[in-house]
Design a protein around this ligand. Structure first.
Ligand code: UN1
Length: 501
């Protein structure tokens, strides 16, 4: 790939109150292609607290108009946005692969996930059900309705740079909130392309505002801003805890989607070829950089060698390179810091398990300008080893041998995270036990740990989050307040709990 000259690099801007504008900082930062860092995707505004304040002000100004726009009308704009995403799917997917590295097929899936949630939430514009229930008193009506909270601060990661912003913004917007959106510093271009299409779809000025820049400056200003009513954040547990403390001081609504240490259990009766397919896809898809990635295989000792043999043989054939090349299986990691972190965990792993595959930075032919790391497998890991416990967010798989279902279930649950899990077995009774026992927000039977669909709740137990869910109908809960309304048409005083006795 030839690197473009610096003249060819475009500068992108914030989007505030319906206008594309420069940061008050006068400073820009570069977003580069992680598969070839000579390729500069663009220059982006280094946002400031003052920029965030302007975006918050714009969202505040637009809120009264947007909340009174009939929900079905809001839904139509979401629908138009989903259609635009569908029309531009290939362009968006290519831009995503270039900016954050995931292979093109997966980037298309990421865009599709955005389209799916846009259409799902567009439909909520005509549903958004509350309850209408009988009153305990005669001539009295009782019902509950959802109302928007106000301004939603949306802080998103780079690993699903279009799907996750859509998971958050679509329910926020259809319910009548206005949005200030701060994307990860590694993927400002993906965010800009989304917001361009949102403007084209017809969201009125100020309803969606984009501020690029660092979490310390822009993110903090959004989380700390007294006028931002609800925050939705996806990212690391450490950052999430910091946000929770800050938001907690103001009793802000907060939805957190944080780390994972997702396990696949493979029992003695499993279809090993099927399990191998699922594990490879879950462990090395998106180069292991998914919060739903499989990083632990908890396998019955009787079949450990047979499974390891398959995993090793297949993982060896995975081709590393630029995700824009359709023959490539595994793209780069997001940046140099990610490579250092993964390498650090491989060093830790050497003292814990047995390295059976990979373990090194990949800088061979054509890879020398990117952040590549070999698909890596450790055997003989114990459940409490650090590589079996800590989120690595890279292509590193720990294989943990156990004896039977009960031990597997204990090992699976012995983690502070609880996003996704999976079991491979042909025994329907055991499958149902796992569905009951696994302490995760998502459980797969005879499939890997990734592949959540947008019409079901998405989120995790324990330190993976704070009890909220994204996607599905329940996503509306994050962005709405309930209002219970009683209408007494009896024309006299009627006292609940007293006059009906
Ligand atoms: C994430 O990893 O941050 O189930 C989201 C999946 C995807 C979403 C993952 N649909 O893996």
């Amino acid at each position: 790939m030839t690197a473009p000259t610096s003249d060819a690099v475009a500068t992108f801007r914030h989007f505030i109150a319906g206008q594309w504008c420069d940061s008050t900082s006068g400073v820009t930062f570069e977003s580069v292609n992680p598969a070839d860092t000579r390729d500069v995707v663009g220059r982006f505004q280094q946002g400031t607290a003052a920029d965030a304040a302007m975006a918050i002000k714009a969202a505040e100004t637009a809120f009264p108009m947007w909340r009174r726009t009939p929900a079905p009308k809001r839904g139509e704009i979401l629908y138009a946005f989903g259609q635009l995403m569908a029309e531009h799917k290939e362009r968006l997917a290519r831009a995503m692969t270039r900016e954050m590295g995931k292979v093109l097929a997966e980037a298309r899936g990421d865009v599709q996930e955005g389209i799916d949630i846009a259409f799902l939430m567009a439909g909520e514009g005509r549903r958004m059900f509350g309850d209408t229930v009988p009153s305990e008193l005669p001539d009295k009506w009782a019902m509950s309705i959802r109302q928007p909270i106000g301004i939603a601060g949306i802080i998103t990661p780079w690993n699903f740079p279009m799907a996750i912003p859509c998971w958050k913004m679509m329910p926020a917007l259809v319910t009548g909130n206005t949005v200030v959106f701060k994307p990860a510093s590694d993927t400002p271009h993906c965010a800009t392309l989304l917001v361009e299409l949102m403007a084209e779809a017809g969201f009125p000025a100020g309803v969606v505002n984009l501020v690029t820049g660092g979490g310390g400056e822009v993110g903090d200003a959004i989380v700390g801003g007294p006028d931002v009513a609800v925050i939705s954040f996806t990212g690391s547990s450490a950052t999430g805890k910091g946000i929770a403390e800050k938001a907690g001081r103001r009793l802000k609504r907060l939805s957190l989607e944080l780390g994972g240490k997702n396990g696949v259990v493979v029992l003695g009766d499993a279809d090993l070829d099927l399990a191998t397919d699922g594990i490879l896809w879950s462990a090395f898809g998106t180069t292991g950089q998914r919060c739903t990635a499989c990083s632990r295989v908890i396998v019955d000792r009787s079949i450990t060698d047979a499974l390891l043999e398959r995993l090793e043989a297949r993982a060896r054939t995975l081709r590393l390179g630029s995700g824009l090349d359709e023959t490539i299986d595994v793209g780069p990691l997001i940046n140099a810091a990610a490579v250092d972190k993964v390498a650090g965990y491989v060093d830790i792993g050497r003292g814990e398990g047995e390295l059976v595959l990979g373990g090194g930075r990949a800088d061979g032919d054509g890879l020398e300008h990117g952040h590549f790391f070999e698909p890596t497998v450790f055997a003989g890991v114990r459940p409490m080893d650090r590589i079996g416990q800590e989120e690595i967010f890279g292509p590193v798989l720990s294989v943990i041998p156990v004896d039977g279902y009960d031990e597997a279930m204990l090992a699976l649950n012995q983690t502070r995270y609880g996003l996704s899990s999976s079991i491979y077995t042909r025994d329907v009774n055991v499958a149902f036990r796992a569905m009951r026992d696994f302490e995760t927000g998502i459980v797969y039977v005879n499939a890997g740990t990734t592949g959540a669909e947008t019409h079901l709740p998405f989120g995790g137990w324990k330190e993976t989050g704070n009890g909220h869910r994204e996607a599905g109908r329940v996503a509306l809960d994050t962005y709405t307040e309930w209002k219970s309304i009683y209408v007494d048409f009896s024309g006299r005083l009627q006292r609940a709990q007293i006059d009906n006795q």
